[in-house]
Every structure is written in structure tokens, then in C-alpha cells.
Design a protein around this ligand. Structure first.
Ligand code: ADP
Ligand code: MG
Length: 475
């Protein structure tokens, strides 16, 4: 078979996937496209300069090993950086529409001088009458980088955030769009970037605002005939952070004004940071021209944190609160609350509260009760005991019968099914499964698994058993 860029790359991917975490693989390798193979050089296309730098810094070794396996010791890797997604802020990207073709919406664009320090300027954050041009950033100092713990799930977003904080407006991550599910740290990270910028560049005007508040302000401004002041105000910001932009969905007026503000800021090299609970492709009722702006910079996802990150977050929280908790409990929390860091924190807080109000020790039992409030149908770890119980119940026999030495066919089958599911759903070795299911040896378990596989393929009735038991185990 002749080698193509694709086959070579797929083999590399298989090797890499086996050697790094799933999350890292998804983040850094799935987006890569193999584009060309010439002699011993494979060209791969990466989405941005940043991506390329990251790969070089963190994965060059494994890439080298993988590629050498495929193409021999003279193998070379060539990166092709796909530029359409990234834009240097100096690049001429604006669509120029001849004035006679402008739509009515676009013709409302107001061009204002940069840094308008006109004392008439009305600042929606300042009580009328007080002439104070210094803008309160609305940043929460608790949401900083120090306590935003790093993990595979947030590495890209976090490092992009740091890069932006080091050089606001000066990287290709403009806008920086942070997206991810509820409670995964979008707001925290957005504040952290803002705080870091304030720290490094005290003269820069940073403003954090939720999309909701932005919409309200805009609505007020149209009602009070101060739309231009509103726009002026936003156009003098150096770093604009808009949280939860999915909330602009359906609000065409606000989207329109935001579009103009965005264009203005972007054009003069100001930084825009956005968060959303969805990736741009999944946003609904947001105008296409705005969506396309969102895609100019970098979209970085905050994924679900892995176990280690969850543990680190719990430990850090306890440490900051000056509370100690047995490892058994922290592990239990980290194992059971997986998809929302806010809930993880909530569970810790309730645990502490319960134990201090009721003057009782934090026990695993209490932790279980509290976790149940957060995660409905908490999946318990399937144990071999549980599997034997479910299988014997299914065949209406007791566990002793299932384990007995009898050769009666239906009992043998039940036993084999229990072994099969134990292999499938637990990490136990064949030997350990055998010893727990009627003191059999590993060869018997292996034979059982093969028999079940065979019968599953050939026997309809048996297949139904497998499927129904699987259902029961999933409940
Ligand atoms: P979102 O805006 O995505 O809904 P938040 O930013 O409000 O989520 O985060 C929810 C909670 O989880 C906050 O209290 C935040 O401090 C905490 N949190 C999120 N990510 C991290 C992290 N990586 N390290 C520490 N705490 C985190
Ligand atoms: Mg938020």
C-alpha cells in the first residue's frame, strides 16, 4: 500500500493517542489536518501560530517518535499555519462596503475620534453629575490567575488568556472567545485576564460587563436618546470583556451596536475578550456578520475538568478556607461531581456548613447525602458483587447458586454472563474475577468471555439476555 499524508498521519495519531491524555489529544491533535507527503516530509495544517508554538513546545518529542516510526530516521515535519482564523490586529480585515451599497443598519455607524476625552461624555458606570472619566473596571479581584488552577481541560484557554494579558491587542487572539458549559470557569478566567492586564498596564482602561447588562444599558440609551454617548463610551475602552455573549441572541439592536463597537475597537488594536456557553457554530440567533467576527481570533474551550484538576480545585478551595477534610471525602467529591466546578465548590461549602452547624464530623455518609443533591442518579462504581447480584436477580436465582459448581446449563450461562460483565465493567484481572465468582481460575473466565461473545453473535435469545442485563447494570 502506498503511503499518503493521510495514512501516515493516521498512524501517527494512533500512536500519539495511546500516549497522551484524551483531553490533550482532542485539544491538540484532532484539529490537525495532514495536507501533504513528499519523500520523508509530512506537512500538517494547524489552526494558528499559537497552536504551532504549543505543539513545538509540548509535543515535539512525541511527534518525532511517531513520525520516525512511519517514515524512518530522516522524517521531517512541516507545519502549515492556516491563517484564515487568526488575524494580526494590524491586518486590513474590515469589509469596506461602498457607501451607496450600505444597508440602513450599517449606515448608522458613527465614527468617533479615538480617545474622546470630551467632558460631555456620559459614562454609564458613573453617577450622572460626577465628572469622573476614570472607569471602574468592574473586576472581581477574587477571580485571578493564581487561583485559576490549570489542567488539561483549560490549558489552551488559560494560556491564551495569559498571552492576551501580556500583550492586550497585540496577539492574534483578538477577539479571544472563551466558551464552555455552565460553571466551568469562563467568568473566572475573563476576570483573571482583566486583572492581569490592570496589573501589568495600569493605564489601560479595562471594562468587564455581562452581555445582559450591556443590552440593558443600550436599551436605556435608546430610550433616553443617549445612544451616541453609549457608543462613545465603549469606544474609548482599551480592553473590553463581554461575558455570556450568547445572551445577545435574538437582540438585533444590541447586536448591531455591539458590531460597530467591536469593529471600532478591533480596528484600532484594542483587545476584545468574549465568553459564551456555546461554540460560535452552535450560537443561534446571532447575526452572521457578528459570528464571523467572533471567529477572527481564537476560540478556546473550557472542557470538563479531569479528576486531577477536580482534586486540585477542591484542595485549593479547602486550603483557602482553612478547612481540613479527610482524603476519602475529597476523593469522593472529585469522583462524583464532574461536570460543573461551581457545583463542586457548592458541595464543599455545604459540607463545611453542615458539619459546623450540626457540630458533626465530615463523614463519607454526609458527603454522599450532599452529593446526591448535586448529581441525580450518582453512578456508583460497578462492583463484581453488584454484577453477580444483578445477574442472579435477572435469572431469579441467588448468588450462591450462580457461584455453585453445578453444570446445569442456565446456571452456567448466568455465571458466564457475570464473568463477562465483570471483565467489561471493572478493571479487575481475569484471575481476580474468577476468584470472586465461585473460586474459578483465570482460564475459566477467559473461556466464559469467549462463550458469551460467540453466543451473543449466534443466539438471539442470549443476545437479549446480554442487552437486558446491560440495561439493568446501567440503572
Ligand atoms: P462559568 O462562568 O463558566 O459558568 P465560573 O467562572 O463562574 O463559571 O466558575 C464557577 C466556579 O468555579 C467559580 O467559583 C470559579 O472560581 C470556579 N472555577 C472554575 N474554574 C476553576 C479553576 N480552573 N480553578 C479554580 N476554580 C475554578
Ligand atoms: Mg459565567
Amino acid at each position: 500500500m502506498t503511503k499518503t499524508a493521510e495514512t501516515v498521519w493516521n498512524n501517527c495519531l494512533a500512536f500519539i493517542q495511546d500516549n497522551i491524555s484524551t483531553q490533550a489529544y482532542k485539544t491538540w491533535f484532532e484539529p490537525i489536518v495532514a495536507v501533504k507527503l513528499t519523500d520523508n516530509a509530512l506537512s500538517i495544517q494547524v489552526p494558528s501560530q499559537f497552536f504551532y508554538e504549543w505543539l513545538e513546545e509540548h509535543y515535539v518529542q512525541i511527534l518525532k517518535v511517531a513520525l520516525t516510526r512511519e517514515l524512518g530516521s530522516t522524517a521531517k515535519l512541516v507545519y502549515v499555519i492556516r491563517m484564515e482564523n487568526t488575524y494580526g490586529n494590524k491586518a486590513p480585515f474590515t469589509e469596506k462596503i461602498p457607501s451607496n451599497q450600505r444597508t440602513s443598519v450599517q449606515s448608522q455607524e458613527v465614527s468617533v475620534p479615538v480617545k474622546n476625552k470630551d467632558p460631555e461624555l456620559k459614562n454609564p458606570f458613573v453617577i450622572p453629575g460626577i465628572r469622573n472619566i476614570k472607569i471602574d473596571s468592574q473586576l472581581n479581584s477574587n477571580y485571578n490567575f493564581d487561583n485559576f488552577l490549570e489542567g488539561d481541560s483549560n490549558r489552551l484557554a488559560r494560556s491564551a488568556g495569559l498571552a492576551v494579558a501580556n500583550k492586550p491587542g497585540g496577539t492574534s487572539f483578538n477577539p479571544l472567545l472563551i466558551f464552555g458549559g455552565v460553571g466551568l470557569g469562563k467568568t473566572h478566567l475573563a476576570h483573571a485576564i482583566g486583572l492581569e492586564i490592570k496589573d501589568k498596564y495600569p493605564d489601560k482602561t479595562v471594562l468587564y460587563i455581562t452581555a445582559e447588562k450591556f443590552s440593558q444599558q443600550y436599551a436605556d440609551s435608546t430610550r433616553n436618546n443617549t445612544r451616541n454617548d453609549f457608543i462613545h463610551f465603549y469606544q474609548i475602552i482599551d480592553v473590553l470583556i463581554v461575558d455570556d455573549i450568547q445572551l445577545l441572541s435574538g437582540k438585533t439592536g444590541t447586536q448591531d451596536v455591539f458590531f460597530h463597537i467591536f469593529n471600532h475597537l478591533h480596528q484600532i488594536g484594542k483587545q476584545v475578550i468574549l465568553t459564551s456557553d456555546k461554540a460560535p457554530v452552535d450560537m443561534v440567533d446571532i447575526e452572521q456578520r457578528l459570528l464571523s467576527r467572533f471567529k477572527w481570533g481564537l476560540s478556546a474551550e473550557l472542557a470538563h475538568p479531569d479528576f486531577d484538576t477536580r482534586m486540585a480545585i477542591i484542595k485549593n478551595k479547602l486550603y483557602r478556607d482553612g478547612v481540613e477534610m479527610p482524603d476519602e471525602i475529597t476523593t469522593f467529591l472529585a469522583e462524583n461531581i464532574k461536570t460543573n466546578i461551581r457545583e463542586l465548590e457548592g458541595a464543599i461549602i455545604s459540607l463545611i456548613a453542615h458539619s459546623s452547624f450540626n457540630k458533626q464530623e465530615v463523614t463519607l455518609d454526609l458527603a454522599q447525602k450532599i452529593v446526591e443533591n448535586y448529581v441525580r442518579n450518582t453512578k456508583r462504581e460497578v462492583s463484581i458483587d453488584h454484577i453477580q447480584k444483578v445477574v442472579s436477580d435477572y435469572f431469579q436465582m441467588d448468588v450462591e447458586t450462580l457461584q455453585s459448581k453445578t453444570r446445569k446449563r442456565h446456571i452456567v450461562q448466568a455465571r458466564q454472563l457475570a464473568m463477562f460483565f465483570a471483565k467489561k465493567y471493572t478493571k479487575a484481572s481475569l484471575a481476580s474475577i474468577g476468584s470472586q465468582i465461585g473460586k474459578r481460575d483465570h482460564a475459566t473466565v477467559l473461556h466464559a468471555c469467549r462463550t458469551v461473545d460467540n453466543l451473543f453473535e449466534t443466539d438471539k435469545q442470549f443476545r437479549r439476555y446480554v442487552e437486558e442485563i446491560k440495561q439493568k447494570l446501567a440503572n
